[in-house]
Design a binder for this molecule. Structure first.
Ligand code: 291
Ligand code: CA
Ligand code: CA
Length: 161
């Protein structure tokens, strides 16, 4: 068995150099495809990527579309994430996009899909107002502010990956 003799250090060095070259080429190719993928309707913020579908759906349809693609509706947890979403809303001229959060379970208490309370919010003045007692979903409008709206409203689909 060729693996049992004394270690051939120079062979190991050659293998290490070959591996380093492979990793570097992989990194370059990955960065190139990231640029391609994010142009023009994606944004990456930290570990998250947001991408707009470019069309509108109800909350339930939007939620289903994102999860079918292995993503989810956006849960902005910082100014930077909210700003990235705002840019995508501005890009599409469609007025507003759905976020993931709802107050389904307790009126006035908005939560992420896992039920946890919000760590960040950017409500427009006077919102959330549960207008006509039937607004349990959240839209982000082109100024970045949030408003609660009926879940049956049709809004731009953006997914978080
Ligand atoms: C008013 C405000 C909002 C409310 C909205 C809804 C939108 O904003 O009372 O708090 O969420 O009306 O009527 O409902 C739908 N279906 O879009 C008006 C918009 C600037
Ligand atoms: Ca509500
Ligand atoms: Ca509202």
């Amino acid at each position: 068995d060729g693996n049992l003799g004394p270690p051939d250090i120079s062979a190991l060095w050659r293998q290490l150099e070959a591996l380093q070259g492979q990793v570097r080429r992989l990194q370059e190719a990955f960065l190139q495809y990231k640029k391609v993928e994010l142009y023009p309707n994606g944004r990456d913020v930290g570990q998250k990527v947001f991408k707009t579908a470019g069309f509108v759906k109800s909350f339930y349809q939007a939620e289903q579309m994102c999860s079918q693609s292995g993503g989810q509706l956006p849960s902005p947890r910082s100014t930077a994430e909210n700003h990235a979403l705002q840019q995508l809303v501005e890009l599409e001229n469609s007025g507003a996009a759905f976020l993931s959060m709802t107050d389904f379970w307790t009126e006035g208490r908005f939560t992420y899909p896992d039920g946890a309370s919000l760590v960040y919010s950017n409500w427009a003045p006077g919102e959330p107002n549960d207008d006509s007692g039937r607004e349990d979903c959240v839209e982000i409008i082109s100024n970045g502010k949030w408003n609660d709206v009926p879940c049956g409203a049709k809004r731009l689909v953006i997914c978080e990956f």
